[in-house]
Design a protein around this ligand. Sequence first.
Ligand code: 5GP
Length: 196
Amino acid sequence: MTDSRKKKGKVVILSGPSGVGKSTICKEIIRRLDRVHLSVSMTTRPKSATEVDGRDYWFVSKKEFQERIDKGLLLEHAKVFGHFYGTPKDKVIESLQEGKIVILEIDVQGAIQAKAVFPDAIMIFILPPSAKTLAERLNHRGRDSADAAEIRLNGASDEIAAAWQHYKHMVINEDLQQAVNECVQIITNKKSDASV
Ligand code: 5GP
């Protein structure tokens, strides 16, 4: 690979249970740092009333999703809460070649795959301050039905248990600004690994 084709940016993998505040943290990171690209995932999950195709996700059918997998166009993909989610490869590669910080907001299964592709990826897992707080946040965000919220809550403890094995950085989102500060420090390497 010639120098000009070498990837210059960095990959940040950010995960956490549903309702923990990942999307809000990502938006704040984008506000605080220059040259950040937040990858827009593809999903077979139905679009909620407040979501916009191409902004929040690329909403596609199962057939279209499978075609992307078959053509090797996804960097990673996983089935989460009964729906498929995946990261389109092209924009990630393009942004890395432009020297950008690329954030992948994905689940633990996908994170393990992405880490295999980008071994230097910075792995951040967002934790809720308590199980009770997570349940309250999930119920109050109003996006999911009661059943869907319960499925997501039940999945949280398994995801958190798996995260301890795979993520170097665990950040508790009790206070949003403090959690964002920690993420920014980790991404910009101002926090030494010894203090994590
Ligand atoms: P939601 O339906 O709440 O937007 O997302 C459900 C879960 O899917 C979250 O844990 C989210 O991080 C994860 N997710 C979103 N996009 C992707 C993706 O491209 N790949 C993988 N593996 N997980 C994703």
